[in-house]
Design a protein around this ligand. Structure first.
Ligand code: ADP
Ligand code: ADP
Length: 218
């Protein structure tokens, strides 16, 4: 369970995240929807302990996230930014993460197969297509078979087939009683994916509920 309460983060005088509160229950996919610059990544980074809040809390199972206390089997994340080393082979990237997190080596081939990258495991990261790269990021997030999956713009740049695949994958994952939170700046990406949507604009939550109820009001 993810619980965000009165979270605020300022950059200079401006609040990137301004007193937001929402919770994300297990067993469903929750979307975090808002235009670029709305404050989604900032919120997710604080949730994952990569940044500090100025006020309020972002809790995972009642506590702030700490890598040492919550290893990869609690939370898997796919964030923008620091990607894999381009020269490295896909399988080596995952093996390295597995090793540094004491995850058994056999799990690497399991996640490669789970995301459909089994056939290109030995390809260098820079030779993967955009969609394959996204799947590799997802594979890394899944290494610990986490209870909670946090994905920042996971379908950015994917083709329709890729989007359909991620959609089905996330719904199935949530159906196993896990918590899935994914951000997007596109309403269309939430349709048929997120059971519920939290809408953020200019650092504030403007709506929260099933997507059809939210869109019906506009
Ligand atoms: P989103 O993920 O919804 O696109 P962000 O959380 O990345 O939005 O950004 C929210 C706001 O905070 C934006 O106005 C952005 O420019 C600003 N911001 C984000 N990170 C920083 C930073 N490190 N320094 C200054 N401003 C930042
Ligand atoms: P280091 O601190 O030396 O980078 P880490 O064990 O923190 O080593 O991280 C190793 C790799 O695992 C990095 O690529 C990092 O991005 C990735 N990683 C860390 N935490 C997570 C997570 N919760 N989900 C997915 N990947 C993660």
């Amino acid at each position: 369970m993810i619980e965000i309460a009165n979270l605020t983060k300022r950059y200079g005088a401006r609040a990137a995240v301004d007193d937001i509160s929402f919770s994300v229950p297990p067993g469903r996919v929750t979307g975090f929807l808002g235009p670029n610059g709305a404050g989604k990544s900032t919120t997710l980074r604080i949730l994952l302990g990569l940044d500090r809040s100025d006020a309020g809390t972002a809790l995972i199972d009642g506590k702030p996230y700490r890598r040492l206390r919550y290893p990869l089997h609690t939370v898997g994340a796919l964030l923008d930014g620091a990607g894999p080393v381009p020269e490295r082979r896909a399988i080596d990237h995952l093996t390295w993460i597995a090793q540094s997190n004491r995850i058994p080596r056999q799990r690497v081939s399991e996640v490669l197969d789970a995301v459909g990258l089994g056939g290109v495991a030995k390809r260098q990261v820079k030779k993967l297509s955009l969609g394959m790269g996204q799947r590799l990021g997802l594979a890394a997030a899944l290494l610990g078979n986490p209870e909670i999956l946090v994905l920042d713009e996971p379908v950015n740049g994917l083709d329709p087939d890729g989007i359909r695949w991620v959609r089905t994958f996330l719904r199935d994952y949530a159906a196993q009683g896990r918590t899935v939170l994914l951000s997007s700046h596109l309403m269309t990406e939430m349709a048929d994916t997120a059971h519920e949507v939290v809408v953020i604009a200019r650092g504030r939550i403007t709506a929260h509920g099933p997507l059809d109820e939210i869109t019906a009001g506009h």
